[in-house]
Ligand binder design. Structure first.
Ligand code: FE
Length: 214
């Protein structure tokens, strides 16, 4: 079985938000798809280990903010590479409240859902969400998962539904400066060592010291 073919499936990049009691929280997902048009319904796959999973299960609601190619890539690190258990993720991000849920302003738009059903797999929950509100923000094209990998050079965390173990073993011909937190590989023109000490990872905003040569 050649699982590399699974990379030919298409996905987007989304901030999934929900409520932890009264506090908004969220994470990154790439597996969201429309299931029916009437009633308008989407499915979302989320790892059991994501704190947002338990918040969706408890509150029965989630929102999808659709990231655009122009969205700040640090949103992906902010929501995707740290846990809502430890961090108040919405405290430092511009957001709007729609039907009681926080959505990202720096995005293409949003979808707010109430959970109408769910299915458990061994590692992920598939939530079925009936859309209760939706809207567009701006005109920028949506960021696809392929764009995230090829243009932004981001990696998949291990709990992404589409994670392939081979991503850890991709052969890199020369050693490159790689973010030890999110896996971003620096490919700028300037030698990495000559970058200012204030340089931070464009994906997860970790400081220069977190980069390792590998
Ligand atoms: Fe990083």
């Amino acid at each position: 079985m050649n699982t590399k073919v699974l990379r030919s499936l298409s996905y987007g990049l989304y901030v999934i938000s929900s409520l932890d009691g009264d506090r908004p929280t969220g994470c990154i997902a790439n597996s969201v798809m429309q299931i029916t048009s009437s009633p308008a319904t989407v499915a979302l796959s989320m790892n059991h280990d994501n704190y947002t999973n338990s918040c969706i299960a408890k509150s029965g609601r989630f929102a999808v903010s659709i990231l655009s190619e122009k969205s700040d890539p640090s949103l992906i690190g902010h929501f995707g590479f740290q846990s809502g258990r430890d961090v108040d993720k919405f405290a430092s991000v511009k957001s709007a409240v729609k039907e009681g849920l926080s959505v990202i302003e720096d995005s293409c738009g949003y979808i707010v859902c109430k959970v109408v059903d769910k299915m458990e797999s061994s590692t992920h929950t598939v939530f079925l969400g009936e859309i209760v509100d939706a809207g567009t923000i701006g005109e920028d094209p949506a960021m696809t998962y392929a764009y995230y990998h090829k243009v932004i050079k981001g990696k998949s965390p291990k709990n992404a539904p589409t994670y392939l173990p081979e991503e850890d073993n991709v052969e890199i011909p020369d050693k490159k400066w790689t973010c030890g937190v999110c896996g971003y590989v620096y490919d700028g023109d300037a030698p990495f060592a000559e970058l200012p000490d204030t340089y931070t990872c464009p994906i997860c905003r970790q400081p220069k010291e977190k980069f390792i040569e590998k």
